[in-house]
Design a protein around this ligand. Structure first.
Ligand code: SAJ
Length: 406
């Protein structure tokens, strides 16, 4: 039996996928409300294909509990927040989970940590937790790191098709873990050591963050000279060895906007390009805010209540607002003591910010200027609503005659 600890964005789909592929699974989470919701037959967030997978796993007999189970295989996918000031990962949830597992685990149990951790976390924080409990690593308990790689918005597909990395202390445990993930994973599964697995995960997200920062910097350079950054990137990407990502209003989510900071936090005198890149990305919401003020001045707009931000989530077609560029922009605006801009997002039903709308038509009708912060399909399908509005398109999705770009 597999006990999946932590049923959030990663743990839940992983637990469901394992159960749907014939393994006995119990999902554990300390949040009673979350466990009750799952037991009542409802998923806890929106994701393409998740409800269908939930139904399959339910038929296969998946169970949910607040209790850790006595078994010999654990997957840990609890949150790893980071400290904004020290830029270091907070491993306390992972440490807590491992501490609780060793109280109940069977001899020789395997603990696979899927949560993203900074390189060295297992040696520095997790191994001591096990040693202090009196258990011997490699005999009573085996540790592994199999970092998750699935992208919100396409998680179910990527769980099935992405390649995976498994970091272990011994090839034998690597084979055992590989057998389990192979039940559903159609990608290649690489077995390596734990330090390498920790590093690869953070490096993958850092690569993407640096590439996006490069695109954002190009957007600023092109703005300075009134050049079309999208056309320039499109043409450059026709070169066989160039692949530049897209500029945007900021980088959100709990991965690309967080993980690279672990390297800056741990190697401050070495991670220079990464540090600058993260600062560039973090500066984008403020850049958009200045663009808004600039356009308002040019068009003679005075009333901030007539300026609306379309989109609150950190990216398109999902309901996750963690580190969202729109929230960052609103927070910058608060520093300027300005009246808050209006906001609308089809994926956010509850009121989480001031001046929030819940109906697209009403929102656009009330605005003179609309800023596209998130490229949800909804706005792409309703472009005609924007025809008499001043539009600042931060994603190059509108066919703008007279609109504005980043
Ligand atoms: N973004 C841009 N320009 C782009 C692409 C993205 O500005 O060209 C912005 C998005 O709008 C968003 C942010 O970057 O605000 C992050 O979005 P994302 O789609 O790039 O990535 P995440 O954070 O949703 O998921 C990433 C993925 N990592 C990589 O692709 C290397 C995913 O595979 C990881 O599993 C995930 O992080 C994670 O959990 O670590």
């Amino acid at each position: 039996m597999i006990n999946v600890i932590g049923l959030g964005y990663i743990g839940l789909p992983t637990a469901l996928m394992l159960a749907a592929h014939g393994l006995e699974v119990i999902g554990t989470d300390c949040n009673k409300e979350l466990v009750d919701t799952l037991k009542a037959g409802r998923t806890t967030f929106k994701e393409e294909g998740l409800d269908a997978l939930f139904a399959r796993a339910g038929q296969a007999g998946i169970r949910f509990s607040q209790q850790y189970q006595e078994t010999d295989f654990y997957i840990v996918s609890v949150p790893t927040p980071y400290d904004k000031f020290s830029k270091k990962v907070d491993p306390s949830y992972v440490m807590g989970a491992v501490k609780d597992i060793v109280q109940v685990s069977k001899p020789g149990a395997v603990i696979v940590i899927e949560s993203t951790i900074s390189p060295g976390t297992i040696d520095r924080f997790i191994r001591p937790v096990i040693t202090e409990s009196g258990r011997i690593i490699g005999e009573d308990i085996h540790l592994a790191h199999a970092p998750e790689r699935i992208i919100p918005g396409n998680m179910v597909y990527e769980l099935l098709h992405n390649n995976r990395t498994i970091g272990v202390d011994s090839p034998e445990i690597g084979r055992k873990i590989k057998d389990i993930y192979s039940r559903f994973c159609q990608g290649e599964i690489v077995v390596t050591d734990i330090r390498t697995a920790e590093m690869t995960k953070v490096v993958e997200n850092t690569f993407r963050a640096v590439n996006i920062a490069f695109a954002n910097e190009l957007a600023k350079i092109c703005r300075h000279d009134n050049l079309d950054v999208y056309e320039i990137i499109r043409i450059c990407n026709m070169h066989p060895r160039v692949n530049i990502l897209q500029p945007g209003p900021g980088v959100g989510g709990h991965c690309i906007s967080v993980d690279p900071w672990f390297l800056v936090g741990d190697y401050p005198s070495l991670a220079k390009v990464i540090d600058e890149s993260m600062k560039t990305n973090d500066g984008m919401p403020e850049f958009v805010l200045n663009r808004i003020y600039e356009i308002m001045k040019e068009r003679g707009l005075k009333d901030l209540k007539k300026v609306g931000l379309y989109g609150l989530t950190y990216k398109e077609n999902i309901d996750d607002i963690r580190e969202s560029p729109t929230l960052q922009l609103l927070s910058s605006q608060r520093h300027h003591l300005a009246q808050p801009l209006c906001v609308y997002d089809p994926f956010i039903q509850e009121d989480i910010v001031a001046n929030q709308y819940h109906d697209l038509k009403e929102f656009i009708q009330d605005m003179e200027m609309v800023v596209i912060m998130v490229k949800h399909d909804e706005i792409k399908e309703n472009m005609e609503l924007l025809k008499d509005k001043i539009v600042l398109d931060c994603h190059n999705i509108c066919d703008l005659q007279e609109g504005y770009h980043l």
